[in-house]
Design a protein. Structure first.
Lengths: 691, 114
């Protein structure tokens, strides 16, 4: 009997862990989206949001979200748009202008619909690319929805023209000449085909529609999948400038497929699971950051909300942190993607898994009760009989009406991560100081709920014991993430200890004899601080329980010094100590009189020299007597004197460059003069010798 | 001992007589050399007394005396008629060299004097 059960459980576990790893948080579109939309789409003064396309996207988003569009600003938009409609513009602009007119409900009396219709019909006939066909057909459809009579001539031919651009893998090309195909184009093509079918009525051959249904199935084979069941489309092998990104591609295909499903008489062969996966993808974006992304998200979700394949229903939890102590209820909401009411459902909680994917065996499958007033399914946590911790809750949603089960897509199993928190009781907290032989103990009871502080004293031969028990609300023993005891000395040196756990108790024993070195031999008062913390513990503890006077022996010579405590980092910018500058003592100079005396003494040899010269009998006989040589001789002596005078000036105040300049001039002069004088003297002495 | 002093006196007298025979121009140069060296010695004595604090000044003073003495000795060699080596060199040329070298020496000295 047990074996098949075990096998069944095993299979379930494997499937469970394979299908679902982590539940991403999904919430339906809410008021947060509405306020974000008004912040993101900000109209200019004339009521436009940029180009016609951007204006259309903004107004469509406002229309879907129910944001007020009746302000006076948009009067101006109506006017500009009707002007656009009367002037010759591109098909794309016509399409957007018509759409804006429809959304704002502008007055259409002044618009010439016949002219527009004929322009669009010509465009359909002459269209060469997929986008041209899309815009012109969309425009015609909008005109028809305004109540005007629109005929599409050659609907078959148009259908064929669009179909001709399809590829065998379900994607579409943009026009006949381009070689690359893309999934984004497929979405556009499907929407265009849907427009043709709406415009033509029953003229279209049903077999053609069946072929397109097959194309859609092929297209959905390309869908990509995340682990938690989210599905999306992305492009592969396209040009970089054609690549639109997963959001745009998925949005385009969603619009196209839902539009085609609306006009196809037979149901499309796409499972509700795929629709739900796409809805999850769009919702998991949260609130997009750009206007384009916002439009894509909201427009796609609007198409999914009312599509003919199956309507996705989303399960969300308003609160994922539930308190056992406060007796919170587990509340679950199941709504459409826009938060609107779902049909009558049954929500059941199938399994509860712990973070390491093990099933909580004490839990049995329970169905949640329904509160019709608040439209919430709820369950009392006490019924679950689960202790505090982090859990993955696995839900299943089933529609009560068996016919409706086809209409709605609820998904298979939905996982949500939830935290169950609670008040952790601290029992039997004791602190004691005992002698090393454990003979006597002075035990003090700790009451951590009160703010009392204990004071103890101990010497290095004794031991300190701290013990306590932690109990969860359901009475089991609790193992917190963090439990640390800190001893801090007066000099701010800290030591951390982690108590050990044994059966139900946490115990810390400090044997001071072994810790003397670790404490750096610092005696004195130590503050004891206790920290107990955990994610699910509502009453985490971080406080000082008291102090202990420790008497430790003196530090020996070689003991390690306690580490330097961090200095206030700003103190380095304070004033520094004064520096007294020491100047070099000046050299000792001799007394003034001595120096002057010796200067006089130096002159003496000069006098002696002059007297000696006279004694020898110098004469000026050799001095030239005739005029010209005499002048040169005088100039020669004068020149030498000038040079010596220049040197004295150089020593007194001139610099080398000036001196050298002057010397240059004087030197040249002296050379010339000296040469004349000396050659004259030489010639006279030569004459004397020969004579 | 008396013979020793007698010999010294005889030596000095003979030297004096020989010296008296030298031409006047050479005597002038000799006197100049003696003057330069005496000035140098006085400067060294001063430095010995008060220390060599502005050492550059001391050096430049002493070297100017010594340098000019050396140049004068060169002049004496070149001007001496008994010197066979410089027979063809006119004494005026030697004197011009002496003046030029002295001027350059004194420029350097004045720069180094500080």
């Amino acid at each position: 009997m047990a074996k098949p059960l075990v096998l069944h459980l095993l299979l379930l576990l494997i499937c469970g862990s394979a299908l679902l790893s982590s539940g991403s948080v999904i919430h339906p579109i809410s008021d947060a989206h509405r306020s974000a939309a008004t912040e993101l789409f900000v109209p200019a003064a004339d009521g436009s949001f940029g180009s016609l396309e951007e204006t259309y996207e903004a107004l469509r988003t406002f229309q879907i979200l129910g944001v007020d569009r009746s302000s006076a600003k948009f009067e101006g938009t109506c006017k500009t748009v009707s002007e656009k409609l009367s002037s010759p513009t591109t098909t794309k602009d016509l399409y957007h202008a018509l759409k804006i007119t429809a959304i704002l409900g502008c007055r259409t009396e002044s618009i010439e619909f016949d002219g527009i219709t004929s322009r669009l019909q010509t465009a359909v006939k002459d269209a060469s690319s997929l986008l041209e066909l899309y815009y012109s057909l969309g425009g015609l459809l909008t005109v028809k929805e305004q109540g005007k009579d629109v005929i599409l001539s050659d609907a078959d031919g148009t259908f064929q023209a669009i179909k001709a651009l399809s590829q065998s893998d379900g994607r579409w090309r943009y026009d006949k000449d381009s070689t690359g195909s893309s999934a984004f184009a497929a979405g556009i093509a499907l929407e265009a085909l849907a427009s043709v079918v709406s415009l033509a009525g029953s003229d279209i051959d049903q077999s053609k529609i069946a072929v397109v249904r097959k194309d859609i199935t092929k297209l959905f084979d390309r869908i990509k999948r995340y682990d938690d069941g989210t599905l999306y489309f992305d492009e592969k092998n396209v040009d970089p400038d054609q690549y639109k990104g997963p959001l745009a591609t998925s949005a385009s295909i969603t619009s196209g497929v839902t539009a085609f499903a609306a006009v196809s008489s037979e149901k499309l062969n796409i499972g509700g699971e795929k629709i739900l996966g796409l809805a999850k993808f769009f919702l998991s974006i949260g609130i997009p950051g750009t206007a384009k992304d916002f439009f894509y998200q909201i427009n796609s979700l609007a198409s999914l909300e009312n599509n003919r394949i199956s309507i996705p229903l989303v399960l969300s939890l308003p609160a994922t942190v539930l308190s056992l102590t406060a007796k919170d209820q587990l509340k679950v909401e199941v709504t459409t993607v826009f938060g609107s009411h779902a049909p009558s459902l049954a929500v059941s909680l199938l399994k509860v898994l712990t973070p390491d994917s093990k099933e909580v065996t004490s839990f049995e499958k329970k169905e949640l009760e329904y509160d019709p007033e608040n439209r919430i399914h709820f369950l009392d946590l006490s019924q679950l009989k689960i202790d505090v911790g982090k859990y993955s809750l696995i839900f299943k949603v089933s529609v009560n009406d068996p016919e409706g089960a086809d209409l709605y897509a609820t998904g298979d199993q939905i996982i949500v991560t939830a935290f169950l928190t609670g008040f952790i009781k601290v029992d039997k907290a004791e602190i004691a100081v005992s002698d090393s032989d454990a003979a006597s103990e002075s035990v003090q009871k700790l009451d951590l709920s009160k703010n009392s502080l204990i004071s103890l004293s101990a010497n290095h031969l004794q031991k300190l014991r701290l013990s306590l028990q932690l109990t969860t609300p359901l009475g089991h023993s609790f193992k917190p993430h963090q439990m640390v005891v800190k001893l801090r000395h007066e000099s701010k040196v800290e030591h951390l200890f982690v108590p050990e756990t044994s059966s139900r108790q946490y115990k810390l024993v400090l044997n001071f004899l072994g810790l003397v070195e670790k404490f750096y031999y610092l005696s004195g008062r130590y503050e004891i601080e206790l920290a107990v913390g955990d994610a699910v513990m509502e009453n985490s503890i971080l406080r000082s329980i008291g102090s202990i006077e420790l008497d430790l022996p003196e530090a020996p010579e070689k003991a390690a010094k306690p580490p330097a405590q961090p200095v206030d980092p700003l103190s380095r910018f304070g004033p520094k100590e004064e520096i007294s500058h020491i100047f070099r003592a000046p050299e000792k100079r001799p007394p003034q009189e001595l120096s002057l005396g010796f200067m006089g003494l130096t002159i003496l040899p000069l006098l002696a020299f002059l007297i000696g010269l006279l004694r020898i009998g110098v004469n000026f006989k050799g001095f030239p007597t005739s005029a010209v040589p005499a002048t040169f001789a005088i100039l020669f002596h004068g020149g030498i004197g000038a040079v010596l005078l220049l040197y004295v000036l150089f020593w007194l105040k001139l610099d080398l460059f000036t001196t050298l300049k002057a010397l240059g001039f004087l030197g040249v002069f002296l050379l010339f003069v000296g040469h004349r004088t000396l050659s004259y003297l030489a010639s006279t002495s030569a004459k004397q010798k020969t004579a | 001992m008396a013979k020793g002093t007698n010999d010294a006196q005889l030596l000095v007298q003979s030297l004096r007589k020989a010296y008296a025979a030298t031409p006047t121009s050479l005597k002038i140069i000799d006197l100049y050399v003696v003057y330069a060296v005496a000035t140098a010695l006085i400067q060294v004595a001063y430095m010995a007394m008060v220390g060599s604090f502005p050492f550059n000044s001391f050096l430049s003073g002493v070297l100017s005396c010594v340098g000019t003495a050396v140049l004068a000795v060169c002049l004496r060699i070149q001007v001496n008629k008994d010197n066979k080596e410089f027979k063809d060199l006119p004494p005026e040329r030697a004197f011009a060299d002496f003046v030029l070298c002295n001027l350059v020496l004194h420029l350097v000295i004045m720069n180094f004097l500080g």
